[in-house]
Write a protein that binds this ligand. Structure first.
Ligand SMILES: [Zn+2]
Length: 161
């Protein structure tokens, strides 16, 4: 189980990471040009826009890191008893039909490899980038696996069946 880590640091999705990186590069690019052009207002204005954009991008990740696992998982409390959800639960915890690459139980996020393609899925207790979650907006097998690793109680889980 060497893929299970407990770093607890805030990690951004790839998209957010690259947008943030782009913002940082823009800031550093605008500093010399702002100083040389002498237009202080224009320079400060563009800096403010970039910094605000950066903060807005990081807010959802920050809020996620501040909430307890139970608070994050409670959103799904109503749906676990449905047969389709129980099937997903079994696929995750009984048949182990998934390939975990990295599980961070402190940050409550994980990375899984697709079983059918070379894709990688980023999973949190709130969402997953896999096609199943994108389509149904209900916990997928990756999310159940992550929840189990975070010691969350899943009602009607395989233990009580
Ligand atoms: Zn998933």
């Amino acid at each position: 189980m060497n893929y299970i880590k407990k770093h607890g640091y805030l990690y951004l999705s790839t998209k957010r990471f690259f947008v943030s990186l782009l913002c940082i590069l823009l800031v550093f690019h605008s500093i010399p040009s702002g100083i040389t052009s002498g237009s202080f207002l224009e320079f400060t204005g563009s800096m403010l826009v970039i910094v605000t954009f950066c903060i807005l991008l990081c807010i959802p990740e920050y809020l996620y890191s501040k909430k307890s696992s139970e608070d994050l998982w409670i959103k799904w409390i109503e749906c676990h008893s449905a047969q389709k959800q129980q099937d997903r639960l079994k696929r995750a915890l009984v048949y182990h039909e998934l390939i975990p690459l990295k599980i961070d139980t402190a940050a409550r996020c994980g990375k899984f490899a697709s079983q059918t393609s070379k894709k990688r899925y980023r999973t949190t207790l709130r969402s997953c980038t896999c096609p199943d979650f994108k389509k149904r907006k209900l916990p997928c097998k990756h999310m159940y696996y992550l929840a189990d690793q975070c010691n969350l109680h899943i009602p009607n889980s395989i233990n009580t069946l």
